[in-house]
Design a protein around this ligand. Structure first.
Ligand code: NAP
Length: 287
């Protein structure tokens, strides 16, 4: 391997340290940051995810509250629960655990979150602010991929940057963050003709396609910085499971100058970004 690793775990630890300092300062001012999670139903994966969120939040001095609703609750009840969190002055940030049980409308519930408390950056207001180059709570995964690139030390100004993926929570906001850093951005998707022709030109290559090991050596130019957002559990040769990204790590690492590993790259930074957004929301509310 010739590429050096962009260590997401170390970056996440640095972000958490900063968050912990800011959370302590807010607590001293009598305005402790608090993350509230609305969990509807009893999906075991969602319950486990909420438990992990609580551990991460409390680990940096952010209070955590889980509000639960039964899986058969109706839309007006769920919307009222979001409204109650919106007006609760002790709550700095709100997460709605997805997916919500059918027939509830998860999109409508997320759009109901007050923009100032939308710490996952899933609402139209924050995405709009991001597009306008204004201060916004950016979607955590996009912000994490951007932070990993920044951690490489590269000056993004004018760099040929290619984002594979155009989802609302990753690809699009990531392109906006890159534009904000004066990169030259190309966005690729399933209708892009000759994907490799685009990705090979990239000095900064971001892959958020959701396809295990989509990007191989033939897609990457010599010396590129490669940020792999994908994360997938796949069968390994020994019959066990392993975690891979959207990039064929070994062959791309032989060509790239810097690369994020999977696991241990964008993933841990995403969690740290949720904490960062929560403390930022709390700080703004405290002013
Ligand atoms: P998504 O909603 O499925 O979007 C995937 C995007 O990639 C779409 O825009 C799609 O194009 C594009 N795409 C798919 N196959 C492609 C191909 N062969 N060539 C070019 N473009 C292709 O996924 P997402 O939510 O953005 O997530 C992307 C990846 O990030 C997933 O692997 C997910 O697991 C991972 N993820 C990681 C974290 C983390 O913390 N590390 C958090 C969230 C997500 P179209 O628009 O044309 O369909």
């Amino acid at each position: 391997m010739s590429a050096s690793l962009i260590d997401g775990k170390a970056l996440a630890a640095r972000i958490r340290e900063g968050v912990a300092r800011r959370a302590a300062a807010l607590r001293e001012k009598g305005r402790p940051p608090k993350l509230a999670c609305l969990l509807i139903g009893d999906d075991p994966a969602s319950i486990s995810y909420a438990g992990s969120q609580q551990k991460h939040a409390e680990g940096v001095g952010i209070d955590y509250e889980l509000r639960c609703l039964p899986s058969d609750c109706d839309m007006p009840t769920a919307l009222s629960a979001v409204d109650a969190l919106n007006v609760d002055t002790n709550v700095s940030g709100i997460i709605i655990q997805m997916p919500v049980p059918k027939p509830l409308d998860g999109f409508a519930l997320q759009q109901r979150i007050a923009a100032s408390k939308d710490v996952e950056g899933v609402g139209a207001a924050n995405l709009g602010l991001l597009a306008m180059g204004r201060d916004a709570l950016a979607p955590c995964t996009a912000a994490a991929a951007f932070a990993c690139c920044k951690a490489s030390g590269v000056d993004m100004t004018g760099k040929e940057s290619v984002v594979v993926g155009r989802s609302v929570i990753v690809g699009k906001p990531l392109a906006m963050l890159l534009l904000g850093a004066n990169a030259t951005v190309t966005q690729c998707h399933t209708r892009t003709r000759d994907l490799a022709a685009h990705t090979r030109r990239a000095e900064l290559l971001f892959v958020a396609a959701g396809v295990p090991e989509l990007i191989g050596a033939e897609h990457v130019g010599e010396g590129a910085i490669v940020i792999d957002v994908g994360t997938h559990r796949v069968d390994a040769a020994d019959g066990k499971k392993k975690t891979v990204g959207d990039v064929k790590f070994d062959e791309v690492a032989a060509i790239a100058s810097q690369i994020t590993p999977v696991p241990g790259g964008v993933g841990p930074v995403t969690v740290a970004m949720l904490l960062e957004n929560t403390v930022a929301a709390a700080a703004r509310a405290a002013h």
